[in-house]
Design a protein around this ligand. Sequence first.
Ligand SMILES: *Cc1c(COP(=O)(O)O)cnc(C)c1O
Length: 483
Amino acid sequence: MNYHSTRNHLQITDSAQAVLNGLAPDGGLYVPQTLPKLDVQAVLKMDVYAMAAAIIGSFLPDIPNMELLVEKAYRGKFTAPDLTPTVQAGDLTVLELFHGPTSAFKDVALCMLPQLLTAAKTQKGMQEDILILTATSGDTGKAALEGFKDVDGIKICVFYPHGGVSAVQRKQMATQEGKNVTVLAVEGNFDDAQTGVKNIFATVQDGLTQGGCRLSTANSINIGRLAPQVTYYFKAYADLLQRGAIQMGDEVNFCVPTGNFGDILAGYLAKKLGLPVGRLVCASNANNVLTDFIRTGLYDRRRPLHKTISPSMDILVSSNLERLLYLMSEDAPMVAGLMQKLNKEGFYQVPEKLLCQIQAEFWGGCCDDAGAKKTIGKAFRETGYLCDTHTATGWAVAEDYRAQTGDNRPMVVLSTASPYKFPAAVLSALEENGETDEFEKMNRLNVLTGVQIPANLASVRYKKDLHTDVISKEEMLLRVQQL
Ligand SMILES: *Cc1c(COP(=O)(O)O)cnc(C)c1O
């Protein structure tokens, strides 16, 4: 199956090469020329492994042995046998995506991506090693490290801002095992680390380092990260069917705590494949660019970035939105124009017709830190469900959506992280607490709620730091050239 750039119909490549390239050469994102066809009823009867193989395979038909790759990606790595279980909490259904090796939803995609990259590399006869470079504000780095550790033919180097991630997140990365991993703290903030990575890509000749590695990234613009995320929408629907909460064909709404628009776009793709999805509710924190966009059609990043208690959603430019604009309009020159305007002037306005199409499928809402904390407390008191700060944002917006629209179709809220990944904020939503260590707060939260701490987070505190280097921005390139 062929893919082309969102900015140019003629920039075409097959699905294996699209995974290897990540970004199209013109800076656009890869979209399928025609969406895959799927026997939805048959897929909904499968177990989650077969389901994943069928769905990912339908997007990436040029990558062989998908069943085997799915096995290697997930078997034994998730604490839930069905990978992404659903839980009923009051009149919401929570889709738990955090049972992977790092307790964040990014595991679902980042366990699979290394398998896809390795297979695509073999398929294309690519000889050199791939070097994955990632700048992280916390969650992505650890999930990528776990996904790529000890994968043959691939190395990974993660940069995080020194002093700019939580104590738990730092410990998770500093203790990372694996013979192919490098973890470096960079003096500066997340933007410095990210700019440093971009500079490396711009500087390294032909994408080959002096060490002979081909540079690549693990960020969510890669179609190999998006495709695995489509699976859990089907899985949630199948769960509701099995529980008798819905009949085949009934529409289900999904509310997604959103940053880069990857997760929610996967929901839109699920709908395009034929899953009966009703409304996709896009939940933002105080960085509510997307709420404004969905309500008015004006995308405007000219505003300050707020640091919130849901840091994985602290984003002003949601890259995957470009894919939605293309899929709805099928107008590559228009998309190219909008992206150029965003780049140069910091905003764009979509045509009225496209806005109507977006509003027919999506609803946007937002919730600030105070609202998220209130929701954590209320949800726990009323339903006994303990959610993290990102999930709380989704929960609050899902309730707003119901109250404002009266749409009472079943609502699934995507739960994107374990509450123990953000123990300080979650605990402070439940009780007054002092300036103790984050790990102490984890324990206190456990005592207070009785909710089990995921083993990977409970044990990390006692692991030995293996990566302690702190480097300057200027040293980043040198370190990469040596890998
Ligand atoms: C990355 C992340 C999100 C946002 O997902 P996008 O695909 O970027 O929209 C939400 N919650 C958590 C915990 C995340 O790590």
